[in-house]
Design a protein around this ligand. Sequence first.
Ligand SMILES: Nc1ncnc2c1ncn2[C@@H]1O[C@H](COP(=O)(O)OP(=O)(O)OP(=O)(O)O)[C@@H](O)[C@H]1O
Ligand SMILES: [Mg+2]
Length: 316
Amino acid sequence: MTNLGPNDVTRVLPVVTPDAFDAAFPEKAKRRLLPWPPPRQHEPQMRRGNDLPPPTPEPLASLEGRNVSAWFGTHQVLDRVSLTMPAGVITSLIGPSGCGKSTFLRILNRMHELVPSASLAGEVLLDGQDIYDAERKLVDARKSIGMVFQKPNPFPAMSIYDNVIAGLKLTGIRADNDRKDFLVESSLQKAGLWKEVKDRLRSPGGGLSGGQQQRLCIARSLAVMPRVLLMDEPCSALDPTSTRVIEETMLQLVSDVTIVIVTHNMQQAQRVSQQCAFFLASQGTPGLIVEHGDTEAMFDSPIDPRTFDYVNGRFG
Ligand SMILES: Nc1ncnc2c1ncn2[C@@H]1O[C@H](COP(=O)(O)OP(=O)(O)OP(=O)(O)O)[C@@H](O)[C@H]1O
Ligand SMILES: [Mg+2]
């Protein structure tokens, strides 16, 4: 489904001013009781205050999956996967296609449940609190745990500025105009895009290059001040230069936000991540983690022979 943004509205309603109305219907002029202009019912809600915390960084958060299993219908795709993704660290998830990396990532911010046939078991703890707890709201999990996808997905007709703050409305966060300006600049700075776009913030997001669009999506995720950023193969559609810029951005960001990245690029996993988990689904069986730990050790001296074969390009 195509996502529509505010700039996609094409229908313009005719405006009848009160003076024109009064001139046309003088006998009704006195009886016109409606206030003019009519009270606006949408945006002012956003302008009354700031729901965001002050712009001081929140403490870094850890994320932990405990005994996570997943199904699509009756097809089990993950079997009791447990993994701790430490605070302030980049954790990479590696493994052959179809072993459940993206499914695991989507479970980490409650996106798996959007698929009608999908179900899951287990717990996901953000700083020790289960995000699936019945008391906790879905939107809170999405606010705290952002996601960047393989294919950059900005709203193409929406301005760069509005793209960055699009997540505020979607997650019900109020911010006044000053705060929005601040968020736009700081999020674009953190995403490494500010210098390239600061003079064209009102141009459409769709006019940026692929690498710039991906950084715009990173900025959009950062604007709601997440504590964890999940990235599903964020560079797989990008050229080497854009890939390098995103990797540098990630290394800068990790002092503010815990990062989990899925990648098929073994060099990338080694360049950016301190922790690594190797997923595998043997023929016909659900995915599980074969080995996880310090990235350098996983690549230099893996314990499991299957990890050795995978990181050395022998399969997958
Ligand atoms: N929406 C869906 N409906 C049914 N099955 C699905 C759905 N999404 C994924 N699957 C199945 O779940 C399993 C895990 O898929 P997933 O996308 O998590 O793998 P992956 O490790 O991310 O693969 P890749 O590296 O190719 O992205 C696969 O067998 C896949 O076919
Ligand atoms: Mg995937």
